[in-house]
Design a protein around this ligand. Structure first.
Ligand SMILES: [Zn+2]
Length: 493
């Protein structure tokens, strides 16, 4: 007896389509032979964190959507044999700064089907999307970024992060108005969220921050924020940083998403997660994310390395790796490279903090992947998702597979679906959902990228579909396909 697993549908049309699908795929095997799907994923272990389905099923795909989920045979023009493999919703990465074709190739190999730059964001939402339409391997999306908007308005000479006035000067009344206008324009143009990195725009007043939250609340957009403070030194701890934004969320009604909670909290990460949980328990829409590593990464010229950084972060020169060469820094090379500008890897996060965040069902997985600018960049953009599945789920048994998948698929989709309803059809294996699907070998999946050799594809991700089109087949990238689409909130004008 074939059976469709269907959680919900929102209107009569969907119900009728569903009924037709049930008739065509259910009952006798004979009717299945009349129904040909574009593609069938056969005999895989289908895992859907929303319905809890964890069983051997055949998945029929048509027109870029999941059209049937059945335990009887489905006929397809093409068939992927998935016996022994897990069939999961494609992974949604809420935090990826590397948004170029080569990044997308690494991410596809890591099981990512939707890559989003929501922390730094952009100052020009239309241009950002236009540059990727029709030429992207995976789905893509962006926030309107307080950092780049502040850099634009204050004529900051920095490239990715501010190094001049946007980092170090209070905005004038006129500049504040321009910042707010630009952010509101970005929201009207369909930005998925508002991005903030208060640590990088350290001179932004608390008033300025609250005003940005107010704009986000007006448009129902979550604020994805890198906190003003990180680390353990009072009065600039990660806990103080999270207090500022939880207060802003509570007072304005804006949804809040705290990025990379481990590099903010360090040893105190469990206490920061407890703040998120406490806020949620009292009815606030607050979420968070982590990457599964003990190092962070950022720009050496940024305000994070303004005087006093050693005490604030509890690290010293030798804990910092210069990505262009892989060397650890000294007082001399710190000064030299800070003037030159470039990406560093910062070894500052205790393993217990990384593990606590990866294990916590409340904390989503997001890579914080970086542009591929140096020889020894951080491996997280290339390998975060396989590292959670291979190292933390299989090897360390830190968390179970379904919980891990939920943190990579359903939870990020739910984070965005109020602002961008298209995410209701992502992060799920459900009839009617987008056919963004990752098929992997749970016994073999593992990260290969390291701090020494960061440009290595993850292994064990066997098939990746984006809107029904294979971008990874038998563990190999497929050439010349660009099925990625814009993940965007409705454009209001
Ligand atoms: Zn950050």
């Amino acid at each position: 007896m074939s059976r469709l697993i269907v959680r919900e549908w929102s209107n009569c049309v969907a119900a009728l389509v569903l009924l037709a699908t049930v008739v065509l795929t259910g009952g006798s095997g004979a009717s299945n032979r009349n129904e040909t799907y574009d593609l069938v994923i056969a005999n895989g272990r289908v895992m859907d964190p929303e319905s809890g389905l964890d069983a051997i099923r055949n998945v029929g795909i048509r027109g870029g959507k999941i059209a049937a989920i059945s335990n009887s045979h489905l006929e397809g023009k093409h068939t992927i044999e998935a016996k022994g493999l897990v069939v999961a919703p494609g992974f949604i990465d809420l935090h990826e700064h590397g948004q170029e074709p080569r990044n997308y190739e690494f991410q596809a190999h890591d099981g990512v089907t939707t890559s989003l730059e929501l922390e730094a964001g952009t100052a020009d939402v239309d241009q950002w999307y236009a540059r990727r339409e029709g030429s992207s391997l995976i789905n893509f999306g962006v926030s309107i970024g307080h950092i780049p908007v502040r850099m634009k308005v204050m004529n900051d000479p920095g490239t990715f992060l501010p190094v001049g006035d946007a980092a170090h000067r209070e905005a004038t009344a006129g500049q504040l108005q321009q910042i707010d206008d630009e952010i509101e324009k970005g929201l009207r143009r369909g930005a998925l969220a508002v991005g903030m990195g208060i640590n990088y725009t350290a001179a932004a007043t608390h008033d300025e921050i609250v005003d940005v939250f107010r704009l986000a609340a007006k448009h129902g957009a979550p604020v994805h924020v890198h906190l003003r403070h990180a680390g353990l030194q009072e009065p600039t701890t990660g806990l103080v940083g999270i207090e500022e934004v939880i207060a802003a969320a509570a007072a304005t009604g804006a949804p809040l998403h705290v990025v990379h909670i481990t590099s903010m909290g360090l040893k105190n990460t469990p206490r920061l997660i407890a703040m998120v949980k406490g806020a949620r328990d009292r009815g606030l829409d607050v979420t968070t994310e982590c990457y599964p590593y003990t190092a962070g990464s950022t720009q050496l010229e940024s305000a994070i390395f303004d005087p006093g950084w050693q005490d604030r972060q509890g690290i010293t020169f030798k804990d910092i790796q210069w990505t262009k060469t892989g060397e650890r820094l000294s007082a001399e090379t710190f000064e030299k490279y800070r003037k030159e500008g470039g990406t560093v890897v910062i070894f500052s996060i205790p393993e217990e903090a990384a593990r606590a965040a990866v294990a916590d069902p409340l904390v989503m997985i997001a890579s914080d992947g970086m542009p591929l600018t140096g020889a020894k960049i951080h491996p997280r953009g290339q390998a975060t998702f396989s590292r959670v599945l291979g190292h933390y789920v299989r090897e360390e048994k830190t968390l179970d597979l379904m919980t891990a998948l939920k943190k990579m698929t359903l939870m990020p989709a739910q984070r965005l679906e109020k602002r961008a309803p298209m995410f209701k059809d992502k992060g799920r294996i459900r009839v009617g959902a987008d056919a963004d699907i990752t098929v992997f070998d749970a016994n073999r999946v593992i990260d290969k990228a390291t701090y020494e050799e960061p440009l290595q594809y993850s292994e064990g991700i066997q098939f990746v579909l984006v809107n029904g089109v294979a971008v990874v087949k038998d563990g190999q990238l497929v050439d010349g396909v660009f099925p990625g689409r814009a993940a965007r909130a409705p454009v209001s004008q």
